[in-house]
Design a protein around this ligand. Structure first.
Ligand code: PRP
Length: 210
């Protein structure tokens, strides 16, 4: 583990641009990351780092297993996957929120029927409804969860809302805010001990540049 560069798993997509900009602001040459093509492990030579670009859930899996020392991932995934790693820095970008949304005008909280919730985040949904003492049925959906109430699969959705455009364009509205979300810097628990000085140095640079 100590012989290779410090390995960082970055979340592809939504957080990718802001994360690369942060690393460039620190002063790292991210050319290989920007021009990645199909290559999966990318060097950041001047920082003695290497970058792996992965889906959010996989970032957590790689960091938990220690095959990546650290990672950048949204708090939404952190809340859903939980797991054993340190969450060291709130990076401040990738801001959005978890919310409960329904078809415009639908009175979700009235009546005695057990409500159905569609979500990419069944864990977050379950703990939210447990926290308010409401019994619901949860259906896991992988993408465009806004479709579920439109197709009448569910009474509501628990999802991340950033600009609110997706909800608006599909006739849905937020009825409860659940939790704020932003990108987090996470670290494997063993790496934190074995590569402490490298990680502390990187965290210092990150904090100075966010
Ligand atoms: C997320 C989320 C909403 C949308 C909200 O999906 O699931 O669909 O973004 O953003 P808005 O409030 O700015 O409209 P994402 O774009 O991450 O794609 P995904 O469905 O593939 O997860």
């Amino acid at each position: 583990m100590l012989n290779r560069p410090l390995r960082i798993a970055l979340t592809k997509g939504r957080l990718e641009k802001d994360t690369i900009e942060l690393f460039e602001k620190i002063g790292y040459d991210c050319t290989a990351v920007r021009e990645k093509g199909r290559k999966l492990i990318l060097p950041v030579p001047d920082g003695n780092l290497e970058v792996v670009l992965a889906k959010a859930n996989d970032v957590i899996t790689y960091v938990e297993h220690g095959v990546c020392d650290c990672g950048v991932v949204g708090k939404d995934t952190v809340m859903e996957m939980q797991g054993k790693y340190f969450e060291l820095v709130d990076l401040g970008f990738g801001r959005c929120r978890f919310a409960l949304a329904v078809k415009k005008g639908f009175d979700f909280f009235s009546g005695y029927d057990v409500r159905t919730i569609a979500s990419k985040y069944p864990g977050v949904s379950r703990s939210y409804f447990e926290s308010i003492g409401m019994d619901v049925e949860i259906v896991k959906i992988e993408g465009s969860v806004e479709l579920a109430p439109l197709l009448e699969l569910s009474d509501g959705i628990v999802d991340i809302v950033e600009t609110g455009t997706t909800l608006r364009e599909n006739g849905l509205e937020v009825v409860r805010d659940i939790a704020p979300v932003s990108a987090r810097f996470i670290v494997n628990t063993v790496s934190m001990k074995l590569r402490q000085s490298e990680i502390e140095e990187l965290v210092k640079l990150i904090k100075a540049n966010i």
